[in-house]
Design a protein around this ligand. Structure first.
Ligand code: NAP
Length: 255
């Protein structure tokens, strides 16, 4: 028996990175999984790699979470092709880093659009089903950058916004059997942090080593670290936990 047998889980931005790691964990624990990402063929390829348990299905759907029509159509496709929706993981994300004086309107709008508007659009579409069936789990991806990070004004504002969004979802949806929580990862080795290394003109391995040495547990994080916490927070074992943000960062922000 897996914790997610018979459940349908949607993970946005899951063609790679933390999203794919999280989708993999839900599949291992029995769920049917929909991988949503901008590029439908990348989403379908990722879905085909999931380690499904007998009877479970996986699909890949092309979807821009920041676009209302696209997000709503994706949720309806999940419900019709997989027979329902029980868990939504708002993971899709981008960075457009710059110091304030160099940050453009587009850098600001794009980052808030994907992280905040995207989570809003997807959650509003899913909650119709969650409230009607009196069951649902929402997990939002925040970041340690919510606490402030030089060069990430837009991202930091969006990721702290995700925490407020999560708290309010907890209050509004709790009476309907719906839990909403967030995970704030520290440094996780993915293409997103590799891109940061490239921007800073530091070799990827050196960048990971630097971050590992500065971390209390002396290593970087991996998508599996986030996936393990995600599976717990979206499981029925966590049904008395809602509106919370769990920092999964090796203690990076402890001081
Ligand atoms: P990643 O490797 O860059 O993967 C992000 C995925 O999201 C990509 O497949 C990307 O597609 C997709 N995406 C971007 N915009 C989208 C949109 N509008 N609609 C649908 N999909 C979209 O990033 P990651 O490191 O796995 O990060 C996943 C989440 O964790 C993000 O919310 C990120 O902010 C958060 N996080 C990451 C870290 C870290 O250290 N890696 C730390 C804290 C928080 P394309 O490739 O087509 O752009």
């Amino acid at each position: 028996m897996g914790r997610f047998d018979g459940r349908v889980v949607v993970v946005t931005g899951a063609a790679r990175g933390i999203g794919f790691g999280t989708a993999t964990r839900f599949a291992e624990e029995g769920a049917s999984v929909a991988i949503l990402d901008l590029d439908e063929s990348a989403a379908a390829e990722a879905a085909a790699k999931l380690p499904l348990v007998d009877g479970a299905k996986a699909i890949g759907i092309g979807c821009d979470v920041a676009n209302t029509e696209s997000g709503e159509a994706a949720v309806e496709r999940v419900v019709s092709e997989l027979g329902g929706i029980h868990v939504l993981v708002n993971n899709a994300g981008i960075t457009r880093d710059n110091l304030l004086f160099k940050m453009t309107d587009d850098d600001w709008d794009m980052v808030l659009g994907v992280h905040l508007r995207g989570a809003f659009v997807m959650t509003r579409a899913a909650q119709k089903h969650f409230v009607a069936q009196k069951y649902g789990k929402i997990l939002n991806l925040s970041s340690v950058s919510a606490l402030g990070n030089r060069g990430q004004l837009n991202y930091s504002a969006a990721k702290m916004g995700v925490q407020g969004f999560t708290r309010t979802l907890g209050i509004e949806l709790g009476p309907f059997g719906v839990n909403a929580n967030a995970i704030a990862p520290g440094f996780i080795a993915t293409e997103m942090t590799d891109a940061t290394a490239a921007r800073l003109k530091i070799d990827v391995d050196d960048f990971r080593k630097m971050n590992a040495e500065a971390n209390p547990v002396r290593r970087v994080g991996y998508p599996e670290d986030i996936a393990a916490a995600a599976a717990f927070l979206c499981s029925d074992e966590a049904s008395y936990i809602t509106g919370q943000t769990l920092y999964v960062d090796g203690g990076a922000k402890l001081g």
